[in-house]
Design a protein around this ligand. Structure first.
Ligand SMILES: Cc1cc2nc3c(=O)[nH]c(=O)nc-3n(C[C@H](O)[C@H](O)[C@H](O)COP(=O)(O)OP(=O)(O)OC[C@H]3O[C@@H](n4cnc5c(N)ncnc54)[C@H](O)[C@@H]3O)c2cc1C
Length: 355
């Protein structure tokens, strides 16, 4: 279930293959019992946790580095999507830090999409990691704590690339079966030290399988301080690349564990300070600027190329969704919005909604 705090422990890759077989049976069962059914999968069952941690570290450090460079261009604290770095200044900063000469970094910003505008945003920056084979093997990034330069990919080598291929192959098998059976595949969100990798691998699937409709659903946890940035950046990616944004929106299941780990290891708590802040981030903030649900509903209204499962047992959340749908004129029969409750946990909401 989504509430289970413990990731699977793997003896070896064979275990992951067994899990994949189990997920395949779930997809078949869901396809057999309803039209447009759902099936949920957990990424920590399909790849080694250590690999997911390492990939997450790389992604987080790369993103923090972008934020640091943004701060140097006077854009600290901006919403992720609003940040736009001038290539010229960016190259100067990289040269000054001793990371790459202007000639070296010149090649990074000459991809198809990059460089034409003379600016680099977070999506451009993230795409550099996809092209990491072109980056110098020993690319250095500043460690935010020690201010020392460290190799970004030191713990992410050929073995990790191989594991990534294996996870993507398993996901491919699952996504193909889900497409065949008309089942929507929801990838659960897990702990924050896995989540950047989980989300990244899920996006990879969405790119391939959500061309005509939302088959793959990514999960966003509104208890994360960065939830709104994550949602908006990924919606923007789906717009640019032309695929359907499928999402399950939750508050998040691992709060105590997250807080305990952050305190023990000594990093900033990734969770919103209060329950109210989490609910604001979901749907109730006084301004539009940080509500994940509203952002997605507006995308549904605007493009018709997004879908959301509101996965919550909270009656206010369900009511807020229905109200906003009415305001925006999103009809339930469009089937872009659905509600998810865990079996038997909230029948007083589930049954009336079904009607
Ligand atoms: C269909 C379905 C699928 C789910 N899938 C996932 C999944 O993939 N990943 C996942 O992590 N969870 C998942 N969950 C669980 C979900 O994240 C919540 O833990 C659970 O639903 C309780 O939240 P609520 O909105 O239903 O209820 P509420 O009672 O309104 O909210 C409780 C939640 O609020 C948040 N919260 C509580 N106190 C605080 C505080 N002091 N500060 C900040 N935040 C606080 C926590 O997230 C807590 O779980 C799923 C739930 C459902 C129904």
């Amino acid at each position: 279930g989504a509430g289970s705090p413990h990731p699977y422990v793997h003896a070896d890759e064979a275990k992951c293959d067994q899990h994949m077989e189990t997920f395949l049976r779930c997809i078949d069962a869901s396809g057999g019992s309803s039209e447009n059914g759902f099936s949920a999968i957990k990424m920590t069952a399909l790849g080694r946790p250590q690999f997911l941690v390492r990939l997450s570290e790389v992604l987080v450090r790369w993103r923090r580095f972008f934020q640091q460079l943004a701060a140097e261009q006077g854009q600290a604290g901006q919403p992720a999507l609003a940040i736009s770095l001038e290539v010229e200044k960016l190259q100067e900063a990289l040269a000054k830090l001793g990371i790459a000469t202007k000639e070296e970094s010149q090649q990074w910003f000459t991809g198809e999409e990059l460089g034409t505008s003379g600016t680099v945003d977070l999506l451009d920056w993230s795409s550099l990691i996809d092209r990491r084979a072109e980056l110098p093997k020993l690319l250095l990034v500043p460690n935010m704590q020690t201010r020392q330069l460290e190799p970004l990919l030191s713990r992410f080598g050929a073995e990790e690339d191989l594991q990534m291929q294996r996870v993507l192959q398993r996901l491919d098998v699952l996504a193909k079966r889900a497409t065949e059976k008309g089942v929507r595949l929801m990838v659960d969100a897990e702990q924050s030290y896995f989540q950047p990798a989980i989300s990244r691998l899920t996006l990879e699937m969405q790119r391939r399988f959500n061309r005509d409709q939302a088959t793959i659903f990514n999960t966003y946890q509104c208890y994360l301080k960065e939830a709104y940035d994550n949602v908006t950046v990924d919606v923007e990616l789906s717009r640019r690349e032309g695929w359907h944004f499928g999402t399950k929106l939750v508050r998040g299941a691992y709060m105590e564990q997250e807080r305990e780990r952050a305190a023990r290891v000594g990093y900033e708590d990734p969770i919103n300070a209060t329950y109210e802040k989490t609910t604001e981030m979901y749907h109730s903030a006084p301004t539009l600027s940080c509500k994940c649900l509203d952002y997605i509903l507006e995308e549904i209204k605007r493009s018709g190329r997004a879908s959301v499962m509101v996965a919550s047992h909270n009656e206010d959340t369900v009511r807020a969704t229905l109200r906003r749908m009415r305001e925006l004129g999103i009809h339930p029969l469009e089937k872009k919005v659905c509600f998810g409750q865990l079996l038997g946990m909230c029948d007083q909401i589930t049954f009336p909604l079904g009607e």
